[in-house]
Design a protein. Structure first.
Length: 146
């Protein structure tokens, strides 16, 4: 299992000044001013998924990780969460066999989407690290031809 990613403030790794600056800038860029996510019709039609959409958007109000392109992934997360909620409500009865396997699969899918969307602490830091690494410029790049 890979080592969890940590934010620059909690890092013990020795980075050069340029690496630190790139990482700090990337983490700051995750805080954009305005994002307008469009809720797909299939989320609007599912009352429970709509509740998850509204709750997630409200909780992420000050966390600006998502882009307009992430609407479909957020919708999938909400649909999975709704499905998980429905299966979990059945857990008051004894779950066995197929229902238990479906509940566990829904939980895994939900956590996977949450991680990819940056809805978990490690997911947010991972996204910031990825942005910092993408912007790293090779100082010797001009010496080599294409």
């Amino acid at each position: 299992m890979p080592k969890p990613t940590v934010s620059i403030d909690n890092m013990n790794k020795h980075l050069t000044a340029a690496e630190k600056l790139a990482r700090q800038n990337a983490e700051q860029e995750l805080k954009r001013a305005v994002v307008k996510l469009r809720k797909p019709d299939y989320v609007k039609d599912d009352e429970l998924a709509d509740v998850f959409w509204k709750k997630t958007i409200k909780l992420m109000k000050d966390v600006t990780l998502l882009d307009d392109l992430d609407s479909d992934m957020l919708a999938a997360y909400c649909m999975i969460s709704a499905r998980w909620q429905r299966l979990a409500s059945e857990s008051s009865m004894v779950l066995f066999g197929d229902k238990l396997m479906r509940l566990e699969a829904a939980e895994r899918n939900r956590l996977s989407y949450a991680e990819k969307l940056g809805l978990t602490p490690s997911g947010r830091v991972r996204l910031a690290k990825k942005r910092a690494e993408e912007k790293r410029v090779d100082p010797n790049a001009h010496l080599f031809g294409d």
